[in-house]
Design a binder for this molecule. Structure first.
Ligand code: AMP
Length: 403
């Protein structure tokens, strides 16, 4: 008996999706994954990958709905179309749930309207997410659809962490607060940690570091998030591939007055031309490492700034939590970059944190979650691969079965 769940991540110019069979062990990987990109450009790209086949299509893609329909058609050609698979639920990643959603929900007209009402808080993402929902509903009208919000895990943030020191009336009128991001990943990873370190989940104080192209840190107490580095939008906090992370807001005034830049230009500068890319020209850590190895000073500076910010957050969350049991690295950089883990955890022996170099280098070739701290390290340091799609699929299946 199979239990196929389709997980959709609809972005502004791309759709990523996976089909997972939750009756099998999906930790091993998805049954099928797909990508629809370059929507609206002169050349499109659709790619479907199954265990035995990869097929691609490079014709132009007029719209998201055309792209998804064509991708479903390509799946059918391989004999694994949505109809062939008898999909039992669709899970949608929704970036912004605002104050309206603190957990995943079955999608109905009211939910869609609320997601639409949050567009001002996520103008690039929520319209694409909503579009994905509409398209999936029209292509699979009889299958329950579930929205899983990136922000939901941070709904529990205490007022001291979620409220900015901004005029209360303005903040409330315009719904300005810290909403967080990558919540599905922080929750998924943090829930695995107690088992890995042999402690009662209710007792575990931990920091999770999601370091991918976007990056965020969270402080979690007994399974509840008490602080996170992302803010109103996913621009705040850590240095990222192309985003500034924390920056003095006066930089905006300064650029407006002195460089005569428009708000849209500054938005693009902060979100797309900053971070590692702005500092040294590349946003991928593998290329950054190559530049460092070649002796490029800008790349070394970018690396140092990244590590400096990361340590600032780890330090502040240690104090907020008071007692710390675990620090976990996840996502593309966190899972793969030995140096970032080594350097961000360096010289912290006095705080009970000590990395084991052989474990950090993964000399034993362990796949999956692993501890990389020494046996005598009071705080356990871990690498736990994230799997947002699996987390979304599980929520979608659970809610569809309650339906
Ligand atoms: P994510 O957003 O989680 O997919 O992470 C993407 C980022 O992870 C890429 O931009 C790279 O910077 C980084 N990354 C992926 N694989 C590696 C690797 N083997 N070594 C270092 N960095 C990596």
């Amino acid at each position: 008996m199979t239990k196929y769940v389709l997980v959709l991540n609809s972005g502004s110019s791309s759709i990523k999706f996976q089909v997972l069979d939750l009756a099998e062990d999906p930790q091993e990987g998805p049954f099928l994954s797909g990508l629809v990109e370059q929507i609206g450009e002169s050349r499109g790209h659709i790619k479907i990958i199954t265990e035995n086949n990869t097929i691609e299509d490079r014709r132009p893609i007029l719209s998201h709905s055309v792209g998804l329909e064509r991708a479903f058609g390509m799946m059918s050609l391989l004999g694994v179309g949505p109809q062939d698979l008898d999909i039992c639920a669709v899970g949608h990643r929704v970036v912004q749930g605002g104050s309206l959603f603190n957990e995943p929900v079955l999608i109905d007209d009211d939910v869609k309207e609320k997601i639409g009402s949050l567009i001002p808080l996520a103008p690039l993402h929520n319209p694409a997410n909503l579009d994905g929902i509409e398209n999936a509903q029209s292509l699979l009208p009889d299958v329950p659809q579930v929205a899983v919000f990136d922000t939901a895990f941070f709904h529990s943030l205490p007022e001291a962490a979620s409220r900015y020191a901004l005029d209360r009336e303005v903040a409330d009128q315009y719904h300005i607060r810290r909403y967080g991001a990558h919540g599905t990943s922080h929750k998924y990873v943090s829930e695995l940690v107690p088992g890995l370190i042999g402690k009662d989940p209710a007792e575990v104080n931990q920091i999770t570091l999601h370091l991918g192209n976007g990056a965020s840190a969270s402080a979690i107490q007994g399974g509840k998030a008490i602080d996170t580095s992302m803010g109103l939008t996913p621009l705040a906090g850590l240095v990222m591939g192309t985003r500034t992370g924390d920056i003095d807001p006066s930089v905006i005034f300064h650029l407006t007055r002195e460089a005569h830049m428009t708000i849209d230009e500054i938005d693009t500068l902060f979100n797309r031309r900053s971070g590692l890319k702005g500092l040294c020209g590349v946003n991928d850590f593998r290329l950054l490492q190559e530049l460092i190895n070649e002796g490029e000073q800008d790349a070394q500076d970018a690396y140092d700034i990244y590590v400096h910010r990361l340590r600032q957050y780890v330090g502040s969350y240690m104090l907020e939590l008071g007692r710390l049991d675990a620090i976990t690295f996840t996502a593309g950089v966190g899972e793969n970059h030995v140096g970032i883990r080594r350097d961000s955890m360096a010289n912290l022996e006095n705080f009970g944190i000590r990395i084991d170099d052989a474990l950090n280098n993964n000399e034993a070739g362990v796949e999956g979650p692993r501890i990389i701290s020494t046996d005598d390290s009071a705080v356990k340091v871990l690498v736990v691969p994230t799997n947002e799609e699996l987390a979304i699929a599980r929520f979608a299946l659970a809610l569809s079965e309650q339906d």
